[in-house]
Each structure stands twice: as structure tokens, then as C-alpha cells.
Design a protein around this ligand. Structure first.
Ligand SMILES: NC(=O)c1ccc[n+]([C@@H]2O[C@H](COP(=O)([O-])OP(=O)(O)OC[C@H]3O[C@@H](n4cnc5c(N)ncnc54)[C@H](O)[C@@H]3O)[C@@H](O)[C@H]2O)c1
Ligand SMILES: O=C(O)C1=N[C@H](C(=O)O)CCC1
Length: 269
């Protein structure tokens, strides 16, 4: 069995990932940890979530549990994630990172650290979203420069980062399809007398409200017609199943930075 350590075990994703790990035939829920001072410390994450005993108690900090597992699954907060990656790299323990809001500098640092440990990092672990990434790139490359590309994402009112990591990756994939650099053409807000839209820009807009789990639409708006491709998450379970699948895949792999395209075999599509 592959022993799994779950970071942020009391969180919305940490809870569903814990359940999926407990149900997975190759995975064992070996340890759980939370931030210092969390009221969940000492509690059983399964009992907290109402899905039975996980067989572990939530501990404080990754250092306390790093020797108990083969892979750390992290869906927490960007400011904490890089610290976890440094600890995992030093112990050569595999990692699955779903936390969003990582900066370009964080991703560069992760690439450097990954010479020492295998790590899957992806802003969205649902199968459907990863297919959508590929569709966005292909559709953009087929339609070319005559179609305006716009992305709209909707999430719950507790989400801390904007735009979503998924929307940013969608924009990156579409930009790659039309050979543009997102850093040069991404437009994240519009307000006031902004003038006509340029053909090059790729718009990314954010909606926050209620308990929306997550919705992403990419629009290709052309003369006389438009294509809209939407992914809607009905619950967090697809993300959590993807994280469990990634953990089973990455344990024992060669050091390196991998994505869900590697896990799902979509790399060459
Ligand atoms: N990749 C994906 O498929 C995917 C899917 C959903 C959410 N996410 C991302 O996962 C992250 C978490 O989302 P959420 O809705 O579960 O948030 P949440 O706030 O419900 O959960 C985060 C948990 O992490 C804990 N945490 C924060 N700092 C910590 C630290 N230093 N040490 C240990 N634990 C710490 C918090 O106490 C909390 O319990 C966000 O970045 C979100 O965008 C990714
Ligand atoms: O609920 C969240 O937070 C989500 N975050 C990810 C993102 O930022 O793309 C994935 C969808 C849900």
C-alpha cells in the first residue's frame, strides 16, 4: 500500500481527498496535518467529515508527520505550499500539489526542487477539465486569429484567489494554440472607457458567489457565430478522485515535475 499524508485535512478539499484515499485500493490514509492552532488538531478527519474513522488524528505541521508517508497531497494555501515542497524534497517524499495561486516564481522554484522528488502539480485534477484544456488549445489553433477568446470562471464566495488556477491554465492553453504569450495578451479586468477590444487579447473574468463548486467557460467569438465550451463541477469529488489517482501514480516515480496530463495519459493529444 502507498502511505498518504494529507495536508489541510480539515479543509473542503482535504476532507473529500481523505475520503477518496480511504476508498482507494492502493492507498492508505497514513497521516493528516493542519496549520498550527487549527481547532481540528487531535481530531479524526473521517469522524469530522462524517464518513467514518480515517484511523489517524490530525497533527500540527508537516514536519511532525513527514516520516509516516510515501506521498503528501497538498490542497491548502499558496503561502504554505512552497514550505511543504521544500520539506518533501529534502525527504525525497513524493507530492501532489493542487493548491492554486502559486506565482511564476513559485513554479520555477518547484521545477528546481523537483530534481530531488517526484511531484504532480495541477490547478485542476478533474478528468473533464484536463480534456477541456486540450480542447481549448486545439480549438484556438483551428480557429486562429479571427475569433476573440474570452474565459469566464465562477466559484464559491470562500475562494481566496482570482482568477482561478483553472481559468489561468485555460488561457495559457488557448494562447499556446494561437502562438501568443499570455503574459502579453491576458486582460483580467475591464472598467470605464477602455476602447475597442484588440484582436490579440485574451480576457479572463471572475464571478464569486454562494456555494458554486466551480464553472469554467471558454468562448471563441467570431464573425456571425461563437463557440462556448463549459465545464461544470457538480461536487468536489472529481477533483478529489483526481488527486487520489495522482498520488497512486506519482509514488515511486523518478524525480521530476509532472502534470495531470502525465497522470491521465493526455500529454500527446
Ligand atoms: N487542483 C484542483 O483540482 C483543485 C480543486 C479544488 C480546490 N483547489 C485548490 O485547493 C486549495 C484549497 O481549497 P479548499 O477549498 O479546500 O480551501 P479550504 O480553505 O477549505 O482548505 C484549506 C485547508 O488548508 C489548511 N491550511 C492552510 N494553511 C496551512 C498550513 N500552513 N499547514 C497546514 N494546513 C494549512 C486550512 O486550515 C484549511 O483547512 C485552494 O488553493 C484551491 O484553489 C484545487
Ligand atoms: O474551489 C476552489 O478553490 C477551486 N479551485 C481550483 C482553481 O482555482 O482552479 C479548481 C476549481 C475549484
Amino acid at each position: 500500500m502507498i502511505n498518504v499524508i494529507i495536508a489541510g485535512a480539515a479543509g473542503r478539499m482535504g476532507q473529500r481527498i481523505g475520503y477518496m484515499v480511504s476508498q482507494h485500493p492502493e492507498l492508505n490514509y497514513a497521516a493528516a496535518f493542519e496549520a498550527a492552532g487549527s481547532p481540528s488538531i487531535g481530531r479524526d478527519p473521517g469522524e469530522m467529515g462524517g464518513w467514518g474513522s480515517a484511523g489517524v488524528r490530525i497533527e500540527e505541521g508537516l514536519e511532525a508527520v513527514i516520516d509516516k508517508g510515501d506521498v503528501v497531497i497538498d490542497f491548502t494555501f499558496h503561502a504554505a505550499t512552497m514550505g511543504f515542497a521544500k520539506i518533501a524534497a529534502a525527504h525525497k517524499t513524493a507530492m501532489v500539489i493542487g493548491t492554486t495561486g502559486l506565482s511564476a516564481e513559485n513554479l520555477d522554484e518547484l521545477k528546481t526542487l523537483s530534481v530531488d522528488f517526484p511531484c504532480v502539480q495541477a490547478p485542476n485534477m478533474a478528468v473533464g477539465v484536463n480534456v477541456l484544456f486540450k480542447l481549448a488549445e486545439k480549438t484556438a489553433s483551428i480557429l486562429g486569429d479571427d475569433y476573440n477568446i474570452e474565459i469566464v470562471e465562477l466559484h464559491h464566495n470562500k475562494k481566496k484567489d482570482a482568477p482561478s488556477g483553472t481559468a489561468l491554465k485555460l488561457a495559457e492553453m488557448a494562447a499556446s494554440g494561437v502562438n501568443r504569450n499570455l503574459a502579453e495578451v491576458g486582460v483580467y479586468e475591464r472598467n470605464g472607457i477602455i476602447g475597442e477590444r484588440t484582436m490579440e487579447e485574451i480576457g479572463v473574468q471572475t464571478v464569486r458567489g454562494g456555494d458554486i463548486v466551480g464553472e469554467h467557460t471558454i468562448y471563441f467569438c467570431g464573425p456571425g457565430e461563437r463557440i462556448e465550451i463549459t465545464h461544470r463541477a457538480h461536487s468536489r469529488d472529481n477533483f478529489a478522485q483526481g488527486a487520489a489517482k495522482a498520488a497512486a501514480w506519482v509514488a515511486g516515480k523518478e524525480p521530476g515535475l509532472y502534470t495531470m496530463f502525465d497522470v491521465l495519459g493526455l500529454q500527446d493529444l
